[in-house]
Design a protein around this ligand. Sequence first.
Ligand code: ZN
Length: 315
Amino acid sequence: MNYAVGIDIGGTFIKAAIVQSNGSIVIKRSIPTQSGDPVDIVFSRIYELILQLLDQTKIDMGRVVGVGIGIPGIVDFATGIAYDVPNLGWKNISVIAPLQERMPVPIYLDNDANVASLGEMWVGAAKGSRDVFCVTLGTGVGGGVIVDGRPLRGSHLLSGEIGHIVVMEDGFECRCGNKGCLETVASATGVRRLALHAIERHEETILDLDHLDAEAIFAAASQGDAVASNVIDQAVDVLGRGLGIMANLIDPEMIIVGGGMAAAGDALLEPLRTSFKKYTLRSLGDRIRIVPAVLGNDAGVVGAAKLSFDQVILI
Ligand SMILES: [Zn+2]
């Protein structure tokens, strides 16, 4: 049995796991990190974390085919450089070289959306599929495109950026600098903003300013609150349009919906399927399934490990 290490570097935690070649996790652990931590310290922590996991499972380094790392930003799989990682304050950081000095195994990196998509394709919601689009609905809206079993990275490392499709002329300002991007409406932040504006207009609602998040908005909608229902309708309409564009372009077998807002389940997915069909080529709209992600927080470490296994198979 061969093993790979999967690392998922986030804004608040670094997660690590040893993963078998069949995709099952042998052991996993996470440690806190924060923006501004010196890069050298972060790499030392990752290295120590890997050693701890190997030691605890009595797995020899010689049976590890590689270490895959998912990073939340613009990273170059080919060069091992993280160009821009806003959550960690990293710019033009060489990730592979300093770890490679300590570890005698190949190291690979990719962005977090790509590795999470790989994980879902390998052993998650899209197991057995080769062409998949994964959308993550969190603070923003991220996307990962898998074509023929491999992440589509793009010439500028920015493929799959569904969150920044402009859907509203002169809409809300987006963190990317543009206006009216999909994620200004269809993310957890977006639905909160829409609800906030309705409350400021004194529309009648049971929504409470002190507890205004996606979960509360879906709960209010399920109780018949018109403001909450209207907010969800707007978000779902915009998201369906964005997914329709992606579907027409890449013709995936299925679309996987993950991230915090996906916890709403069918209350989100059922209207989303209807909206999606409205905006998608008719012969595709009925055939592309929209399904929830199933790996949750493990998608990143599992997909990062898959990154290593894939390279071994290539060699
Ligand atoms: Zn944007």
